[in-house]
Design a protein around this ligand. Sequence first.
Ligand code: MN
Length: 195
Amino acid sequence: MANEELSEYRAKRTARSTPEPSGRSTKAATGSRFVIQRHDATNLHFDFRLQVGDVLASWAVPKGPSLDPRDKRLAARTEDHPLDYIDFEGSIPKGDYGGGTVIVWDTGDFDNLTEKDGEPVPIDRALENGHIRFALHGSKLTGAFALTQTKMHGDERNWLLVKIDDDGADRRRRPTSTQNESVLSGRTNDDLAGD
Ligand code: MN
């Protein structure tokens, strides 16, 4: 079934060439899931994706998430991705959009914690409003984070990803440099590049 929100996703890709999901299958939404994919493309980055309804709202985070609440990580909003992208790992051909290797660096459920004036804000509204607070239940990352739109340099795609100071915060642990393997397959980007 065609999904209007995924038209940009499809426009950027050549379905016959890329191993990525077409986004044409429909999966029932169960709970709220997130994924962080380590994407070794022209520039290495981490793709942070939160389930919002039946798509994955997405941001490219060049340095990846930090567990140190003092760090503000630039997160550039990118096109929504299909839900079945959540477990995609593979090697996108060099000439294709996003050519390079993708692994599932972390994944799990998340809780939307966004509030305004003491009232919970649904995730789709929080995304529209440019401020989402959420708790991750991943293998590498746990606890609360905030994504806030800054429109830095006049670009509405610019958001910041910040760790909230809680039990999941850690000023020393740097999982983006010490834990590079997939939580699904145990493989690294380099392993996939060698296939
Ligand atoms: Mn990417």
